[in-house]
Design a protein around this ligand. Structure first.
Ligand code: ADP
Length: 645
């Protein structure tokens, strides 16, 4: 057997093998594209079988048989063109021209006699080469628009078509230059083999190769899936999932639906606004905030995929889901591919794409979609577990802080109570029969009892306020004329007496800053802010309180209070949060500084009740400045505070 013969037999065997594989696939999943592919290699197989029979018989094939083989061969480019038309569309004029040329070539072949006249050969070669080159370009373009293994399979088919065109071209040259038949036959044989191999990789891709082609795209997908964790809400997560599907499959129209267990509905981000009639036709509704489209499981093809928990590929949604035919038509949906998101036996939703044309390698896309849906489900599940965990830990922390608050409140109450008890016992011991009690001493002691009782009253009032804050009830103010500067002076002095490591200073305004406020409540504000400034400066240092007046654009007068320290500061991410109940800065807990996260929530509530505002400017490790704006006229409907200056 010569080398040329060997090459020819190998490539023929390859074509027959591809036929077996693609025919099997077409029987398993009888779709137009898979049937056309099987027909393509079926035609090639008949030609191979025919030539083999006559080689074995040792006689030349009769005229009609070789004409038939030639006609079958001429069918190959046409079937390839139909395939391209299926998934990418071919202009009708090109299709008709190819049909005309095919018919003319076949007629000329049958009418031309044996051997075929040169013009018949040239006509057939021209038709074959031009059509196959058109197919090559179409597959190259489709490959550029696709991703991953689909793109590679398309490229392999393009290469196969190109080699086939060259093979026939070389055969055409052989017919024109009979002298060069030998080397051209060798070249033709090699091109035939190359086309067989490329078609094998494209149309009958072995599993191991598909897996290795998929790997990089799956890795890229997983990398992007990381961003899912950063999405704060359901619409964000849905959009991210859609971006991942579009990127991985290279298709613009993707959709993700997340399962809302509580409502027993699938939620999607709608691409467009739907009219009530459309919503009704879909059996869908919008979420109360209008962000999400909600669909019952089992509704439309995607809902059916979720209900059955099985991937779905429909080349004809109008036929497969006639109840919603109009919707598919309006949206130009001609093919749908969807896979359920499922992990650890839990259902998380559906991922899918829809296209204007059927997919050529639909089983390939469906396989990737299943993998993606599974990976996405794992990411969503992990994220939900983490969220649940954080929520539980948050609840534990809140309950711990509540306990702490209760115990410190009880402790605070005990101090004046002990004082009252001690002084009354002391007085009782002095009331002995026959002994005069010194009235001045008694007055002093009663004064101390009164002061302790007042301290208790103020503590109980504070506790009542805080319980109102906790129950989110508004505070009721008792307004009077209050001099903020003198109040601040007293509070500063009180705190200075309790610390030797800090210097508590006050910068007062040149004139008194007096407003219609609730004095005891503002005292709580000052007490909390100055107390915090000292507590969160564990190394000691200066705490500076300043008070000034300002007038805003609406000519409203404001008192502005700053409490500045050089302590541990606050991380930017915590700055807003710390004004909420039971919220603490991360560095406060890390440094083991005790607290309950209630004080600033109380401060904000008091300031807001006065029509004012509180804010903080801080840098972790460098200190903080808390600023309070209070309208001098007291609380006012619809009043607003000026921006920090
Ligand atoms: P507590 O001090 O009891 O934790 P607060 O509501 O008064 O509760 O304060 C909330 C959090 O704000 C504190 O836990 C701390 O992290 C942060 N914070 C408040 N004041 C300061 C300050 N002057 N410097 C640094 N962090 C502060």
């Amino acid at each position: 057997m010569s080398a040329i013969e060997l090459i020819q037999y190998v490539s023929e065997a390859l074509y027959v093998w591809i036929f077996v594989l693609t025919a099997w696939r077409a029987i398993e999943r009888p779709r137009l594209a898979s049937i056309e592919i099987a027909l393509l290699f079926g035609a090639a197989t008949v030609v191979v079988a025919e030539s083999l029979v006559f080689v074995v018989l040792g006689v030349p094939p009769p005229q009609v048989v070789s004409d038939l083989a030639g006609a079958l061969l001429l069918l190959l480019p046409y079937i390839l063109l139909r395939l391209v038309d299926e998934f990418a569309g071919v202009p009708p004029v090109v299709l008709h021209l190819a049909e005309l040329a095919l018919a003319a070539s076949i007629i000329a072949l049958f009418a031309g006699g044996q051997p075929a006249p040169l013009w018949v050969v040239l006509l057939a070669v021209a038709y074959f080469v031009l059509t196959t080159l058109y197919v090559t370009v179409a597959f190259v373009l489709a490959a550029r628009e696709s991703r991953g293994s689909t793109a590679r399979r398309m490229t392999a088919v393009a290469a196969g078509s190109c080699f086939l065109a060259l093979d026939i071209f070389v055969a055409g040259i052989g017919a024109v230059l009979p002298g060069a038949a030998q080397p051209l036959a060798m070249l033709g044989g090699l091109l035939g083999l190359a086309s067989g191999l490329a078609f094998y990789l494209g149309f009958a891709t072995p599993d191991w190769l598909q897996r290795s082609w998929r790997e990089p795209e799956m890795l890229a997908m997983l990398e992007r899936a990381d961003d899912l964790a950063a999405q704060a809400d359901t619409p964000g997560m849905i959009r991210q999932l859609e971006a991942i599907v579009s990127m991985t499959l290279g298709l613009p129209h993707s959709f993700a639906m997340l399962w809302n267990e509580a409502e027993s509905l699938l939620e999607a981000v709608p691409e467009q606004a739907f009219s009530p009639a459309q919503l009704e036709a879909m059996g869908a509704s919008m979420s109360p905030d209008g962000d999400l489209l909600r669909v019952k499981p089992g509704t439309m093809l995607a809902g059916r995929c979720f209900e059955l928990q099985q991937p779905i590929y429909s080349e004809n949604p109008v036929r497969d889901d006639p109840a919603h035919a109009d919707l598919y038509r309006q949206a130009g949906v001609h093919a749908i591919l969807a896979a359920p998101m499922r992990a650890g036996g839990e259902r998380f939703g559906v991922l899918g794409v829809y296209t204007q044309k059927p997919r050529l390698f639909a089983e390939d896309s469906l396989g990737r979609m299943r993998l993606m849906a599974h990976q996405a489900a794992i990411v969503v599940r992990t994220r939900r577990l983490l969220e649940r965990n954080a929520e539980l830990r948050g609840q534990e922390e809140v309950s711990r802080l509540k306990d702490e608050f209760l115990s410190s409140a009880t402790h605070d109450l005990k101090t004046p109570l002990t004082a009252i008890k001690g002084i009354t016992q002391w007085i009782r011991r002095r009331i002995t029969p026959g002994r005069d009690i010194n009235a001045d001493d008694l007055r002093v002691d009663l004064g101390r009892i009164e002061a302790a009782a007042e301290r208790m009253t103020s503590l109980v009032n504070e506790l009542l306020d805080i319980s109102r804050v906790q129950m989110r009830k508004p505070l009721e103010l008792t307004q009077g004329n209050v001099d903020l500067a003198s109040l601040a002076r007293d509070v500063c002095q009180h705190h200075q007496e309790m610390t030797s490591r800090h210097e508590v200073r006050i910068d007062e305004a040149s004139q008194p800053v007096t407003g219609r406020w609730d004095g005891p409540r503002l005292e709580r504000v000052l007490d909390n802010l100055i107390g915090n400034a000292i507590k969160y400066s564990p190394e000691g240092g200066e705490v500076r309180v300043s008070i000034r007046k300002c007038t805003d654009e609406a000519s409203q007068d404001w008192a502005v209070l700053d409490v500045r320290d050089g302590g541990i500061g606050i991380h930017a991410e915590d700055a807003d949060r710390i004004f909420d109940r039971y919220e603490r800065g991360r560095n406060a807990s890390q440094l083991g500084i005790a607290g309950t996260g209630i004080g600033l929530a109380y401060v904000r509530e008091i300031v807001a009740a006065h029509g004012g505002r509180v804010a903080v400017q801080s840098e972790a490790g460098k200190g903080s400045t808390f600023t309070v704006w209070l309208p001098l006229s007291g609380p006012k409907e619809g009043g607003s505070s000026p921006e920090p200056s």
